[in-house]
Design a protein around this ligand. Structure first.
Ligand code: 13P
Length: 336
């Protein structure tokens, strides 16, 4: 493991106000997304949709890396160009999701544990050969009147740290993603309490397992009100609560924090990121690694017309541009 190399990739991921495009939906998830705009999901339709996104002219100005799925990192466009090549040609780093999904946690009432550790060393070694520079593993934590359990947080934190250590051994920067879900009617206070507790346990495990904190990226949820909570906190409160929670739990050595969007609207995800970057300087760069909040408008356009890529690409580029502006606290709203 070479910390200098890992740190240089991690810094590149968050440099120049750039962020990540999460395009690593599992086949099940991308199929639902394509169905939502009336499209069938086949190996070819997934390739064409993602290939269209990756060919967006100018994307490299705002996007430093794209998280790919196993199928995608091996795909070749209909013109015969590997999809990873489309990214590299724009100066964008290819990354790869390496977990195999969140599965029912034995003995728990409805919680999940993320799987994928078996054979991980060999899998990540192959991804390095295929050109990946970083990896992602997502754990999910649900909030309800009785959840989360410490059992769920502990087993997920343990797996996140094992994954991160293995990635660093083969030279991949691990994105550590413990996502506290926004589903539910809980308050922002409760989200804050659960997020801080989760991050505390995750960093305890990362340190215990010898993960180099300077050679990883954290991908957390923002601290926001539950989706069905009657009191919805505004961007200033979300920003202040999120920063406070991160300051209490995330060591300064971590080079970058790249948020997930988690089901927030495109505009909310951008406004929240902007408000965070408008505050006092933090020890870590604060950027984005959005899936839905970068793709939603583009996907709708693609559903309407797959013959003309330019409209969908224009929508992706606009979101990437606005989020990049938010990294510099220069987002002034949607009309701009
Ligand atoms: P969303 O931004 O849609 O939450 O996706 C990010 C991601 O990578 C989830 O694992």
């Amino acid at each position: 493991m070479n910390l200098e190399q890992l740190a240089s990739v991690a810094l590149k991921m968050v440099s120049a106000n750039k962020g990540l495009l999460a395009a690593d939906e599992s086949t099940g998830t991308i199929s639902k997304r394509l169905a939502s705009v009336g499209l069938d999901s086949t190996e070819e339709s997934r390739r064409d949709y993602r290939g269209m996104l990756f060919c967006t002219e100018g994307l490299g100005q705002y996007i430093s890396g794209v998280i790919l799925y196993d199928e995608t990192i091996r795909q070749v466009s209909k013109d015969g160009v590997p999809l990873t090549r489309l990214l590299i040609d724009q100066g964008i780093l290819p990354g790869i999701k390496v977990d195999t999904g969140a599965k029912a946690l034995a003995g728990s009432d409805g919680e999940k544990v993320t799987e994928g550790l078996d054979g991980l060393y060999d899998r990540v070694s192959e991804y390095v050969e295929l050109g990946a520079k970083f990896a992602k593993w997502r754990a999910v934590v649900s909030i309800s009147a009785t959840l989360p359990s410490n059992y769920c947080i502990n087993v997920n934190a343990h797996a996140l740290a094992r994954y991160a250590r293995i990635c660093q051994e083969v030279g991949l920067v691990p994105i550590v993603e413990p996502e506290v879900l926004m589903d539910g009617s809980h308050t922002i206070d409760r989200c804050s309490e659960v997020t801080e507790h989760t991050l505390e346990i995750v960093f305890r495990e990362l340190v215990a397992q010898g993960v180099e904190l300077g050679g990883m990226i954290l991908k957390p949820n923002m601290i926001i009100s539950g989706k069905d909570c009657p009191q919805q906190a505004g961007p200033e409160e979300v920003a202040a609560r999120t920063i406070l929670g991160l300051q209490r739990t995330v060591p300064a050595e971590v080079p970058g924090i790249m948020f997930l969007s988690g089901g927030q609207s495109e505009a909310d995800a951008t406004a929240h990121l902007n408000a965070m970057n408008a505050g006092d300087a933090c020890p870590w760069a604060l950027s984005y690694s959005y899936g839905r909040a970068l793709q939603e408008s583009a996907l709708k356009s693609w559903g309407l017309n797959q013959k003309d890529s330019l409209v969908a690409q224009g929508r992706l580029l606009k979101r990437a541009h606005l989020n990049s502006a938010a990294c510099a606290a220069q987002y002034v709203g949607e009309a701009a």
